[in-house]
Ligand binder design. Sequence first.
Ligand code: NAP
Length: 257
Amino acid sequence: MTTALITGSTAGIGAAFARRLAADGHNLVLVARDTKRLREQATELHDRHGIEAEVLTADLATEDGITAVEERLGRRRDGVDLLVNNAGFANKGRYLEVPLADELTMLKVHCEAVLRLTSAATDAMRERGRGGVVNVASVAAFVPRGTYGASKAWVVQFTQGAARDLEGSGVRLMALCPGLVRTEFHERAGMGTDNIPKWMWLDADKLVKAALADLARGKSLSIPDPRYKAMMGLVKVTPRALIGGVTSRTGRKYGPK
Ligand SMILES: NC(=O)c1ccc[n+]([C@@H]2O[C@H](COP(=O)([O-])OP(=O)(O)OC[C@H]3O[C@@H](n4cnc5c(N)ncnc54)[C@H](OP(=O)(O)O)[C@@H]3O)[C@@H](O)[C@H]2O)c1
């Protein structure tokens, strides 16, 4: 039986990964900040699928939180075969409207934690000659969209570079770039979603199914939905000034600007 560790497992895309992987018979290590919610999730997945689900409470915006997860990933006994770096959040507002401390917290969770957890996991996986890492980025990685987009662009570049460096080692790395997904993400950030057309929303369970299929195919970049794949194709040939005008406004309004 293999073990998967998922950060941000209690809601949205992380919870969909947990459901899918548990249904496929993987033991789980569930990571988030809310211990009560983690315990309830572990019990439910154990009862429904007969798998072992470990709870690891950790705040990935803190040194202690990152270290605790690094230690779990570095363990050689009961090793982790699949890491899903999924925990993440948005800050509402444009550049200079968001407090610098919140931007730095985002870089800690989206970049430093992802770098350190990927390194701890792949070091142990390389020794065993097998393993996988899914780093959840976003289609925002491909457009100018403040610190959020920049941090996700880093996730894509880092993951694809590391995937190339580890080719032949038996360890696969993939950056997952979802479009809009109905989760707690926008509500937590206090972002309105009323003017987002219905067709743009993706279902988290379908997204995860497609992502795991892409990982199995050995892809280092996954944009699971054909609509978003087409849009990202367009983005490549559209002037950046035009894209920036649209993306920097969407869903990020703070005040009346
Ligand atoms: N939803 C979208 O439209 C969308 C689109 C593209 C990419 N993404 C990316 O997908 C990932 C998951 O987002 P989601 O939409 O599923 O969000 P979500 O529904 O808000 O869930 C976020 C999860 O991350 C955990 N988390 C947040 N901050 C954390 C921290 N500091 N330390 C540890 N755990 C933390 C939360 O649990 P606790 O609060 O208990 O810690 C929760 O389990 C993120 O990386 C996001 O950037 C989302």
